[in-house]
Design a protein around this ligand. Structure first.
Ligand code: CP
Length: 310
């Protein structure tokens, strides 16, 4: 197995290969053991400084990166655009170069614009991790999702995964499709036609319009939130209609011929894409996904930091 990543930044799953993901998972296995010990910290990154730049709201990703960095003993600074000089018109490059002049080695960035991390990686001298860029990619979410499937089912290879909901606006869906396909899963997407990208089948996934058929087919259902904040018009007649056709509830699960694994990247819109009796059930691994996010992000940060020239 490869001992270092093929990339200098984590900008998207589409820039990784299968061996990169396997290396991240093996490294995450080690860090998962570490964070389950009474002393949860390792001194690996004592000489590394990381800036967490969030230009969009986040709970899981922001806190998970911060905790991963602390567990690795890195020095960290946190930046939220809402309380920064971005509000006075400062550009992204100026903002980041000012932060880097304080001797920062790595930037974790969430940004509303697709490709913001790619742009940054070409203009500044630091390792960049994309923590979600608009509707483009959310690579660490896909890595922790696949890691959680591997943990629950033993492997991703050969598993049938359906991603349900607002595929059009979802960076989670796109990164998951890339990662699942690299690891040998079969992937379908399911949702209203208006929320499925036109050329999605060119990525090697099939479209299934009927939720029950999709669930009968799959081993894993990844339920996504409808991202109203990314829509300037109503894409679907009503929330009530969405719930009727694509909402997952206990009765639907009980009527299936098998037990499937239910996932959700969060935040959950309870009662819309998934009811509480499903989200809080033993079939759902939603909090396992969150827990695994820390180990997976530790692995990504550690592997990219090992490529920094001192
Ligand atoms: N899954 C995810 O990205 O959640 P946050 O937006 O809370 O970070």
């Amino acid at each position: 197995m490869r001992s270092e990543l093929s990339v200098d930044h984590l900008l998207g799953i589409k820039y990784l290969d299968k061996e990169d993901i396997e290396l991240i998972f093996k490294t995450a296995d080690h860090f998962k053991e570490v964070i389950n010990r009474p002393i949860k910290k390792v001194p690996s990154l004592r000489d590394i400084t990381i800036a967490n730049l969030f230009f969009e709201n986040s709970t899981r990703t922001r806190l998970s990166f911060e905790l991963a960095e602390k567990r690795l003993s890195a020095d960290i600074i946190n930046f939220s655009a809402a309380s920064s000089s971005v509000k006075k018109g400062e550009t992204l490059i100026d903002t980041v170069n000012n932060i880097l002049s304080m001797k920062v080695d790595m930037v974790v960035m969430r940004h509303p614009n697709p490709g913001a991390g790619i742009f940054l990686s070409k203009h500044v001298n630091a390792r960049i991790i994309n923590a979600g860029d608009g509707a483009h990619e959310h690579p660490t979410q896909a890595l922790l999702d696949c890691y959680s499937i591997r943990e629950k089912l033993g492997s991703v290879n050969g598993k049938k995964v359906v991603i349900v909901g607002d595929i059009l606006h979802s960076r989670v869906a796109l990164s998951n499709i890339f990662a699942l396909k690299l690891l040998g899963a079969e992937v379908k997407v399911c949702g209203p036609k208006t929320l499925i990208p036109k050329h999605i089948e060119s990525l090697g996934v099939k479209v299934e319009g009927n939720l029950k058929a999709a669930l009968e087919w799959c081993d894993v259902a990844n339920m996504l939130r409808v991202q109203n904040e990314r829509m300037d018009i109503s894409y679907f007649p009503s929330t009530r209609e969405y719930i009727q056709q694509y909402g997952l509830n206990r009765k639907i699960l009980e009527n299936l011929n098998k037990e499937i694994v239910v996932m959700h990247p969060g935040p959950i819109n309870r009662g819309v894409e998934i009811t509480s009796d499903v989200a809080d059930s033993k079939q759902a691994i939603i909090l396992d996904q969150v827990q695994n996010g820390v180990a997976v992000r530790m692995a990504v940060i550690y592997l990219l930091a090992s490529k920094i020239e001192q």
